[in-house]
Ligand binder design. Structure first.
Ligand code: PLP
Length: 355
């Protein structure tokens, strides 16, 4: 129990963010990270930046914002960089919600941080179940909008199911929602998307004044440990608001330098994503052949729908092959795809599961 005089009592019911487990020597397929370290040139840039570690970082994140503006053709004044895109999720709640009656809509299951940042922001979470194919039910999400709705998270590809929202359905959704509710399209796994019909938020920013696109350097760019993500906003006003509520200096000098160097080395990093794309098809096909239910995925992970067998499956993977997967009991397990060797260890565990 929290001491009611010191701490807001509602934090008692706040679930802590559960990170993927890390066990020395085990194969970690629990956090959708890339197994390889950053390229040598990126490591060198981070080391160089560390030499200036006695100084505070550039608060305005100028160099990285300029670079993103050039690469993505989005004005620098419409970009807000954050300490990981999860921080920007929290900032989005902070800039849009004020009353305890304010509502944040998101699909469920989706990224486990959404309910947490919503509660931290004192707002009310409104969850809309995924459809029978583990996809966002955008019609139901639009229908859930009320006069109290302030923010909607749309996650594509969806963590943890890997399914994408299609461009046309997203356009209809935006039309149904209208311009008065902030919509955050979370594209943390954008670099792994190959479906030509999948939504890409950037070209839509000029058409929808309430749209924000979230991206990260944690996945394809292999900098999860440095904590850097960014929001591309329909308007400079949204970006400015996000910067106002950001903890000052939370994007470190190392993160800024590492992200710029990662963009310099994008060719190598993005080429490596193609391997994961091949692996996700191979892993899914193998699981389907074993009789598992696995939706088509556009991310660097697969979703194994296991229902009540979820916890037992995760325990079996660990015991049998020292492979750590991510259980979301009682729905299913999310498993990162990485190298053929690591993926084979997971598949072997799946093959021998009888629970
Ligand atoms: C859908 C989604 N959004 C955002 C994030 C947060 O990424 P980061 O804070 O590392 O940028 C994640 C991380 O797993 C994610 O899966």
């Amino acid at each position: 129990m929290t001491d009611m005089t010191l701490i807001r009592p509602d934090l008692d019911s706040l679930p802590a963010y559960v990170p993927g487990r890390a066990i020395p020597g085990a194969i970690k397929l629990a956090s959708n990270e890339v197994a390889l370290p950053p390229p040598a040139a990126v490591l060198a840039a981070i080391a160089d930046a560390a030499a200036g570690g006695n100084r505070y970082p550039d608060l305005a994140v100028t160099g990285l914002s300029e670079r993103l503006a050039t690469e993505l053709h989005v004005g620098q004044e419409r970009i807000a960089v954050g300490c990981g895109s999860v921080s920007l999720c929290q900032q989005l709640v902070q800039i849009s919600c004020r009353e305890t009656t304010d509502e944040v809509i998101f699909a469920w299951r989706s990224f486990e941080a959404y309910p947490i940042v919503t509660q931290i922001g004192n707002a009310r979470a409104v969850t809309v179940p995924l459809d029978g194919e583990f996809r966002h039910d955008l019609d139901a999400m639009a229908a859930a909008v009320t006069a109290n709705t302030r923010l909607i998270f749309v996650c594509s590809p969806n963590n943890p199911t890997g399914t994408v929202v299609h461009r046309e359905e997203f356009e209809s959704f935006m039309a149904a929602v209208g311009p008065d509710v902030l919509v955050a399209l979370d594209e943390a796994y954008h670099e792994y998307v190959t479906d030509p019909d999948a939504v890409d938020g950037i070209p839509l920013l000029d058409r929808h004044p309430n749209l924000v696109v979230l991206r990260t350097f944690s996945k394809a760019y292999r900098l999860a440990g440095l904590r850097v993500g960014y929001a591309l906003c329909a308007s400079p006003e949204i970006a400015t608001a996000l910067k106002k509520v950001c903890a000052p200096f939370s994007v470190s000098t190392l993160a800024q330098a590492g992200a710029i160097a990662a963009l310099d080395n994008a060719g190598e990093l993005l080429a490596a994503c193609k391997e994961a794309v091949g692996e996700r098809v191979r892993v899914r096909d193998a699981l389907l052949a074993m009789g598992y239910t696995v939706p088509r995925t556009q991310a660097n992970f697969v979703w194994v729908a296991l229902g009540e067998r979820t916890a037992a499956f995760a325990a079996h993977c660990l015991e049998q092959q020292t492979v750590i997967v991510r259980p979301f009991h009682p729905d299913g397990c999310r498993v990162t795809v990485t190298t053929p060797e690591e993926d084979d260890r997971f598949l072997e565990a799946a093959r021998t599961f009888s629970g």
